[in-house]
Design a protein around this ligand. Structure first.
Ligand code: PRP
Ligand code: URA
Length: 209
């Protein structure tokens, strides 16, 4: 499928295997989400524009590349997307951070928006939406709908684990938005949890269950 990138980097895959383990505690889980997000940020930003600059070193002139394109904003989907923010900011410390609050109604499995606060200049930035889990795709589609409705169109979506159903739904709703993820799992179960997945990412990050 066009525009869908699954990372096969050994470090990402190794860390993912520990995150999935039900015996991994919240402290370790949080650290791993952050480390995986940082490794992914390195790959997701591979196409950033650069321009040539000459830099005077103590020994001579070096012809170097510096970033020259649009600045970045990251937008975590609350709650679980928050776990990916510090990993991203380690690599892109000047990125601005917006927040979109969505939860899945446990009866309908449909996303409900409860919060949205974005940087003033976000329309002038490239925007990466963060959420560790892409299950039915409802939350990702709703978040991207909300951003596009505010005039934001340079978007990428970065998740850690996805279900084939979620990739299809997101790709069909927003074919212009590249999807970057660490794994495409087997399926969803009857509660719309990813199988085998890693369970509830928000609960595992914040110890709420
Ligand atoms: C989780 C996850 C995604 C969403 C994915 O959030 O972090 O946002 O489910 O599911 P979907 O693709 O079927 O929409 P949840 O709704 O559990 O809220 P939380 O992050 O506050 O726990
Ligand atoms: N949200 C999660 O946190 N985990 C899933 O498996 C599906 C949705």
């Amino acid at each position: 499928m066009d525009n869908v990138f699954i990372f096969n980097h050994p470090l990402i895959q190794h860390k993912l295997s520990i995150m999935r383990d039900k015996n991994t505690n919240s402290k370790e889980f949080r650290e791993l989400v952050s480390e995986v997000a940082m490794l992914m940020a390195y790959e997701v930003t591979r196409d950033l524009q650069t321009c040539e600059v000459d830099v005077e070193t103590p020994v001579g002139i070096a012809h170097c590349q510096q970033l020259s394109g649009k600045k970045l904003a990251i937008v975590p989907i609350l709650r679980a997307g928050l776990g990916m923010v510090d990993g991203w900011l380690k690599l892109v410390p000047l990125a601005k951070v917006g927040h979109i609050g969505l939860y899945r109604d446990p009866e309908t499995m449909k996303p409900v928006e409860y919060y949205c606060k974005l940087p003033d200049d976000i329309q002038n930035r490239d925007v990466i939406v963060l959420d560790p889990m892409l299950a039915t795709g409802g939350s990702a589609v709703a978040a991207i709908d909300a951003l596009k409705a505010r005039g934001i169109h340079n978007l990428k979506f970065n998740c850690i684990i996805s279900a084939p159903e979620g990739i299809k739904v997101l790709h069909e709703a927003h074919p212009d938005v590249p999807i970057f993820c660490g794994a495409r799992d087997e399926k969803l179960n009857e509660h719309a949890y990813i199988v085998p997945g890693l369970g509830d990412a928000g609960d595992r990050l914040f110890g709420t269950k």
